[in-house]
Design a protein. Structure first.
Length: 324
């Protein structure tokens, strides 16, 4: 008789002990409002925002207000109203075109003189100054440490009838030549076109030297050595190597000199006479003395359009559209 063994039942120990709450998985992360790729593309625009706001508030808004002022009619007592009176532009241009021509002539002459005086000095600083380079550059920018008005008043003393300039020109009998050319009157320099051009040249000369020095300093000296190895004379090296490579500085310097000189009124006010008034003097007088705001605004826009046109043509003719 066989006995079959049966498995013994496991003892019942009661309900299983509680394992406790499930571990916390942490807060659920929400997707970002702006995707990282989009945020990366927006970074340049956020960096440009302060500059754009500055231009909108301090350039675009005043320009729009000035444009609306130029087409208004009325007076300060009765008030000005926008009547879209574009005849103001034509009246201002026909009445004051001699002042425009005089401003362009004085500014262009001062720009040429700044280039003729500034290029040799910038060349010496870049290639010949050596350890004195920093000192000479400090001397170039030293006039900026004083007021523009004070510097111009100093020239009023220098060009006085009893000053050193008139005495030197008289001793050399050059005042007769300058009087014949119409840039001085009699035996005096002050209150003549020559005085105004001298003031413009002096005040804006650093604006010509600094861009020229920057362009000349970037020229690799090995190019000059290579030209010398090819038996090029110094004049040929300058004409074929140095000057073409410095054209960005020439263009930048002439623009930085001509543009502010064309709208300047301090030099003509202090060093010239009523016959040497520039368009800046007319605008200043219309705004602050005559209180003819529409005419002053129209003159400002005509001057800005004329300078913008001349600058555009100059840049295209010089072939430096991509360099300035």
């Amino acid at each position: 008789m066989s006995v079959t063994a049966t498995p013994e039942a496991a003892p019942d120990d009661g309900p299983a002990p509680d394992a406790g709450p499930a571990p916390d998985a942490g807060p659920v992360q929400k997707p970002p409002l702006i995707k990282p790729a989009v945020r990366k593309r927006l970074v340049p625009y956020w960096l440009l925002l302060p500059g754009i706001l500055w231009l909108l508030i301090f350039f675009a808004a005043p320009l729009i207000y000035q444009a609306s002022t130029s087409v208004q009619t009325g007076s300060l007592e009765e008030g000005f109203k926008v009547t879209w009176h574009f005849q103001t532009y034509w009246d201002a241009l026909t009445e004051y075109y001699p002042h425009f021509l005089r401003s362009v002539l004085y500014a262009a002459t001062a720009t040429v003189l700044c280039l003729l005086l500034g290029y040799p000095l910038a060349y010496l600083i870049a290639f010949r100054a050596g350890r004195w380079r920093n000192l000479v550059m400090i001397l170039v920018i030293a006039p900026f440490f004083t007021s523009f008005l004070i510097r111009t008043l100093a020239w009023k003393t220098i060009l006085a009838d009893s000053g050193p300039v008139v005495g030197a020109l008289n001793s050399l009998h050059l005042l007769d030549v300058t009087s014949y050319l119409g840039i001085t009157e009699g035996q005096r320099v002050l209150a003549t076109p020559l005085a105004v051009v001298c003031g413009l040249t002096y005040n804006f000369l650093p604006f010509m030297i600094l861009p020229l020095y920057t362009s000349l300093e970037r020229i690799d000296p090995r190019l000059h050595e290579a030209a010398g190895d090819l038996y090029a004379r110094p004049v040929t090296t300058f004409r074929r190597v140095t000057f073409p490579l410095s054209m960005p500085g020439v263009v930048a310097g002439t623009l930085l000199t001509f543009i502010p000189a064309a709208g300047d009124y301090i030099n003509a006010e202090l060093l010239g006479s009523t016959d040497q008034k520039m368009i800046g003097n007319v605008i200043q007088s219309q705004f602050l003395r005559v209180l003819d705001y529409p005419t002053a605004a129209a003159l400002s826009f005509i001057l800005m359009a004329a300078i913008l046109t001349m600058v555009t043509v100059y840049i295209r003719k010089s072939g430096t559209e991509d360099l300035v």
